[in-house]
Design a protein around this ligand. Structure first.
Ligand SMILES: NC(=O)C1=CN([C@@H]2O[C@H](COP(=O)(O)OP(=O)(O)OC[C@H]3O[C@@H](n4cnc5c(N)ncnc54)[C@H](OP(=O)(O)O)[C@@H]3O)[C@@H](O)[C@H]2O)C=CC1
Ligand SMILES: O=C(O)C1=N[C@H](C(=O)O)C[C@H](O)C1
Length: 233
């Protein structure tokens, strides 16, 4: 498969390594608003760029009939526009806040736990995410997906960074060293705590998931999620 990388930073480089091992070709590495992209040679594009660049890259690919996988976080105010554009162009598009198999299993566990906890009013939920100091957005996209999993299954109504009001989920975002990504969901009562945690040891899981999604999407049309790719519930 011929893959174009939009964003050739920490994730772009890791994706290149894994894609080459899986016998794919990297035909373009795009770090800025490039205008001379040869879309006709691209089977699928993978975008791990920056919050202010992601939507433009996705739009560019969809308008050139190139399937696009996006892992960039912090651009979700434009997500519905990307969905509409994909449908209009009969294109193919996946956004995931986290492409690793482990985190996608963790999302399922989070939703299941939220369902169990919904009637237990003596518990309140709090979330924490820890990432490297170069991360631009807070809270992480993964923490937002986890909060949405709780909101969908309980009477919590929204999430907020740091302190939160009644029926709001407080998310604490810490930036420490080169931490690849650690997410904790804790239910606290006066007598005990129930905690689930995912710790990424490196970026390989994210990159492998993105390449698997790219392999999966070629030949399809529609807006998909990692649930579709991994065949989860
Ligand atoms: N969904 C997931 O599983 C994961 C998502 N992420 C997300 O992926 C994104 C990238 O992460 P990471 O690789 O660590 O970040 P980096 O900062 O290491 O890399 C981002 C790259 O994007 C480049 N860039 C800037 N503008 C554009 C543009 N217009 N088009 C294409 N590329 C551009 C930057 O170039 P330059 O340096 O020249 O500005 C840089 O090389 C983040 O949003 C992060 O949150 C990260 C890990 C996993
Ligand atoms: O910026 C990162 O590094 C990461 N970003 C994603 C997020 O915002 O959730 C995924 C992962 O946690 C690493």
């Amino acid at each position: 498969m011929n893959i174009a990388l939009f964003g050739y930073g920490k994730m772009g480089k890791m994706i290149e390594k894994i894609a080459l091992k899986r016998n794919h070709n990297i035909v373009a590495k795009i770090d800025l608003d490039a205008t001379d992209i040869n879309f006709s040679e691209i089977d699928v594009a993978i975008d791990f760029s920056m919050p202010n660049a992601a939507y433009g890259n996705i739009k560019n690919c969809l308008e050139h009939n190139v399937p696009i996988i996006s892992g960039t976080t912090g651009w979700l105010q434009d997500y519905q526009k990307a969905v509409a554009l994909c449908k209009k162009n009969n294109g193919a598009f996946i956004y995931a806040s986290n492409f690793s198999l482990g985190v996608n299993l963790f999302f399922e566990l989070n939703s299941y736990l939220a369902k169990l906890m919904a009637p237990q009013d003596q518990y309140g939920v709090v979330m924490e995410e820890i990432h490297h100091t170069q991360k631009l957005d807070a809270p992480s996209g993964t923490a937002i997906t986890l909060a949405e999993g709780v909101i969908d299954n309980t009477n919590y109504t929204k999430w907020k960074l740091d302190s939160a009001g009644d029926r709001e989920i407080p998310i604490t975002a810490k930036r420490i060293g080169d931490t690849p990504g650690t997410h904790t969901v804790t239910y606290e009562s006066e007598v005990d705590s129930i905690e689930i945690k995912h710790t990424a040891h490196n970026r390989e899981g994210f990159a492998l998931g993105a390449v698997i999604a790219a392999e999966w999407i070629v030949g399809k049309s529609g807006v998909f999620t990692m649930k579709d790719v991994l065949n989860l519930s």
